[in-house]
Design a protein around this ligand. Structure first.
Ligand code: SF4
Ligand code: SF4
Length: 103
C-alpha cells in the first residue's frame, strides 16, 4: 500500500487526484496574468518588480506591462488543486503535488 493522498470524484463517478500548488517560479514568470484570471480561488497575487512600496499610484492602469510584474502564491492554503494555472502558464512556472491524507 502506497502513501494515501487526498482524492476527489467527478460528477460521473470518476476518481481524480487534486494536485495542489507547492511552488511558483517567480524568476521564470513573465507576469502575463493568465493564471490569475483562471484561478477559481484566492491563491495568487501580482507583485510589481523593483518598485519601492508603491501603494497609491493613481496611474496604475498598465496591466499589459507585464515585464514589471510577477505572480506570487499569496494564499497557497486556498488552493483546490485544479491545475488550471499550469494549463495556461506559458512558462511552466508552477509545481504541484498531491496532498497526503495525514500530515
Ligand atoms: S491549482 Fe487551481 S486553485 Fe490552485 S492555484 Fe492553480 S488554478 Fe488556483
Ligand atoms: S501564467 Fe505563468 S508566466 Fe503568466 S503570470 Fe502566471 S505564473 Fe507568471
Amino acid at each position: 500500500m502506497g502513501a494515501e493522498v487526498i482524492t476527489g470524484i467527478t460528477r460521473g463517478g470518476t476518481a481524480w487526484t487534486p494536485l495542489f500548488v507547492t511552488a511558483l517560479n517567480e524568476e521564470k514568470c513573465i507576469g502575463c496574468g493568465r493564471c490569475f484570471k483562471v484561478c477559481p480561488r484566492d491563491v495568487l497575487s501580482i507583485v510589481q518588480r523593483a518598485i519601492d512600496d508603491v501603494d497609491f499610484d493613481e496611474d496604475d492602469e498598465d496591466e499589459d506591462d507585464s515585464d514589471n510584474s510577477f505572480m506570487t502564491l499569496s494564499n497557497p492554503m486556498d488552493c483546490i488543486g485544479c491545475e488550471a494555472c499550469s494549463r495556461v502558464c506559458p512558462k511552466a512556472c508552477f509545481s504541484h503535488e498531491a496532498l497526503p491524507l495525514a500530515a
